[in-house]
Design a protein around this ligand. Structure first.
Ligand SMILES: C[S@@+](CC[C@H](N)C(=O)[O-])C[C@H]1O[C@@H](n2cnc3c(N)ncnc32)[C@H](O)[C@@H]1O
Length: 204
């Protein structure tokens, strides 16, 4: 029987919180918010076999498939739930074990088009303000989307926050396209990409 997968899940309706003991080592960590089929992190783990990988996915059937895909891999963990709500619970233990959270990928996040749904977006002023209190300033976010309006509105949010060191870039990070990216590129869409972290605006 095929599994029913909802097209979108309102993250504000998912209130389950998780805890994580950390990986028990200080290896650098890559994080994927909305990992979907997991091919991006799977390929990245081949390039960085000594890193640890944290994957968040809000849709249960997809998270279950991710668990199967990464089964038996001690350096990869999957969390089913809202990445925003669980971000600190899951990442902070790794930092306490001496690990650097190297990059957090927000690849093709749900855009939530309507004004009244904007608070469901992953990158929001509230999220950035909360995160800046505990996430080391060296950690970089990588944000990619084919939605120009979402990209521009996110830049505005960042510029009003402590995460205003923004660097725009043109090609897929590490030469790896996500599933969503491949689909959008084959439709002829432009992809908008940036990295951002805490700090001042860059002069460019
Ligand atoms: C448009 S898809 C992009 C998937 C993948 N990142 C890619 O680039 O191929 C967005 C994914 O993020 C997941 N998602 C959306 N909001 C989330 C949240 N708050 N926490 C965790 N996952 C989320 C969705 O279920 C979906 O799999």
């Amino acid at each position: 029987m095929s599994k029913r997968v909802r097209a979108h899940v309102n993250p504000l309706s998912i209130t389950e919180e998780f805890h994580f003991e950390g990986f028990g080592n200080d290896h650098p960590v890559f994080v994927d918010v909305g990992a979907y089929r997991g091919e991006f992190m799977d390929d990245l783990s081949l390039q960085f076999p000594d890193h640890n990988f944290i994957l968040f996915e809000i849709r249960r059937p997809i998270a279950e498939d991710l668990r199967k895909r990464f089964e038996g891999r001690d350096n990869c963990v999957i969390f089913h739930g809202d990445a925003g709500l669980n971000f600190q619970n899951i990442l902070e233990p790794c930092i306490q074990q001496g690990a650097k959270i190297e990059q957090i990928f927000v690849n093709f996040p749900d855009p939530w088009f309507k004004d009244r749904h904007k608070k469901r977006r992953f990158i929001s002023s509230k999220f950035l303000e909360k995160t800046a209190k505990w996430l080391p300033s060296e950690t970089e976010f990588v944000f990619q989307t084919d939605q120009q309006f979402l990209f521009e509105e996110t830049v505005e949010v960042l510029q009003e926050s402590s995460y205003s060191t923004i660097e725009y870039f043109d090609t897929s990070p590490y030469g790896l396209q996500t599933d969503w990216e491949s689909a959008k590129v084959s439709e002829g869409n432009t992809i908008y990409r940036m990295k951002f972290k805490q700090g001042e605006k860059l002069n460019s």
